[in-house]
Each structure stands twice: as C-alpha cells, then as structure tokens.
Design a protein around this ligand. Structure first.
Ligand code: KIV
Ligand code: NA
Length: 265
C-alpha cells in the first residue's frame, strides 16, 4: 500500500481531488478507517471530549495525546497521521513547542502535528518546522481558545476577524505549514482562503469550496447524539445499533438464551 504523504496532499489539491480526513483515537477504529481508505487521520484533542468526557479540549495532556497517537499509528498502513499538540504544550513558548512536537513524533511514530492559531504562535510553528516536523495549521473556531471566544458559534463573520484570518492563513503558508484546517467560518471566506493559498485547506463547517473535509468520527458515525451543528452529516446511527445490540445481549443473558450449547466448551 502506498502511504499518503504531505506531498501527495499537495498534489491532490493541484489536481482538484478532495482530501478526506477523520479523527481517530484508538487502534480498532483507526484500523477500520484506514482500511476504508481515508487519506488523513487526525488524533485530535477532541479525544478530551469524546474519549475522556471533558467539556472542553483544555484538560487533555501531552501524555494522553501520545497514548492515543501510539494506538492509532499501530493500526495504520496508508493514512497520513496528524496529532494535535494539546493546550499548554506550545503556546507562548517555542522551546516547549519543539519539545512537545519531538515527543509526539518520537514516542508515537506519527507523521505531523497540528497547532491552533496564527500570528500569536508564529515562533512556535517556525521552531517545530525547523526540526523537520510537518505542521498543519488550524484557524477559525479554535477550541483551545474557547474561553477567549465565550461560545462555539461561527467565527470570522465580521470584517475585522475575517481580515485577520486571511492574514494568518497567508502567514501559516509562508512559514511552511503543509495544510490548514478552517473550522466553522462562512463558506465564502473559506473559499477565498482556499483559492488564495497553494497549500491544502481542509474544512469543518467551512463549506464545500475548500480542498478537503474533516469530521470527528464519533459525530459522523452517530455515536454522539447530542451534538447537532448544521455542518454535521451523520453517516450512520451507531448509537441506535449499539443500544439495540446491548439490549439484545442483556435480554439473552437474563433469559438464559446466551450462551447456548454451541457456544460452550
Ligand atoms: O480535535 C479535533 O477533532 C479537531 C478537528 C475538529 C479539526 O481539531
Ligand atoms: Na483539535
């Protein structure tokens, strides 16, 4: 199997082939997604929400991220694996950013890291890139800054914030990032950014006119059911399927239907 590289993502943008990306946090799920042919797997700090049950992404630690990344790396033959550097492990300190990125790459075997923000974290991004670690940027709604924004509503609707986002996107490309995620911004703004950059722009809640799409896998498979933003399309109702299966199992245990004779030694 030919592995997906950052260079191939660039080539995909050049020929107009859209990039498919999903999150993954564990071995079994990553194996399914990779075998299905996903291009990029993001070991997102959304693990803080969907794996650990936290309300925000802030509590997850670098050690936790490395644990998830290590599990995903073991499962994957083809996809490019990108790992979020968690809150508190790169902002405002480029030496710490470099240390965090190197730990992720060395201990998990992943292929790239992702960091949230533009000009504010320029030094950290440059430092990580200088070590030969590919960096994916992330602009728009950046959940690690949720207490600055106050809400999870659409970002960059006003002209000033849109202007800063365009400048930040250009800056990330100039620094040498291999791709950028744009989260929850108006579709026409995302389109403008994707057209003006040569590197791939991957959207989540950023419309169709970008170079690829990413979703949190638990949302896309319908495991989480209370999270219902407009941008989320559910491709399965695993909540239903898993609930039904669990109830059937409980019934069979109670009624002594399970195990039967063939299921015994
Ligand atoms: O952590 C995450 O799941 C993400 C994606 C939503 C882009 O950063
Ligand atoms: Na994230």
């Amino acid at each position: 199997i030919k592995k997906v590289t950052t260079h191939q993502l660039q080539a995909m943008k050049s020929r107009g082939e859209k990039i498919s990306m999903l999150t993954a946090y564990d071995f079994s799920m990553a194996k399914i997604l990779d075998t299905a042919g996903i291009d990029v797997l993001l070991v997102g700090d959304s693990a803080s929400n969907v794996m650990a049950g936290n309300e925000t992404t802030l509590p997850i630690t670098l050690d936790h991220m490395i644990y998830h990344a290590t599990s995903v790396v073991k499962a994957v033959d083809r996809a490019l694996i990108v790992v979020d550097i968690p809150f508190g492990s790169y902002q405002g300190n480029s030496s710490e950013a470099l240390r965090s990125a190197i730990r992720i790459m060395k201990e998990s075997g992943a292929h790239a890291v992702k960091m949230e923000g533009g000009a504010e974290i320029k030094e950290s991004i440059q430092r990580v890139l200088s070590a030969g670690v590919p960096v994916m940027g992330h602009l728009g709604l950046t959940p690690q800054s949720i207490y600055k924004f106050g809400t999870y509503t659409v970002r960059a609707k006003e002209e000033e914030e849109a202007k800063k986002l365009i400048e930040d996107a250009k800056l990330l490309e100039e620094c040498g990032c291999f791709a950028i995620v744009l989260e929850k911004i108006p579709a026409n703004l995302a389109k403008k950014v994707a057209e003006s950059l040569t590197i791939p722009v991957i959207g989540i809640g950023a419309g169709a006119d970008v170079d690829g799409q990413v979703l949190v896998v638990h949302d896309m498979l319908g495991i989480t059911k209370d999270f219902k933003p407009r941008f989320l399309r559910r491709y399965a109702d695993l909540d239903r399927i898993m609930t039904d299966a669990t109830k059937a199992y409980i019934d069979d245990v109670k009624s002594q239907d399970f195990p039967n004779e063939k299921e015994c030694y």
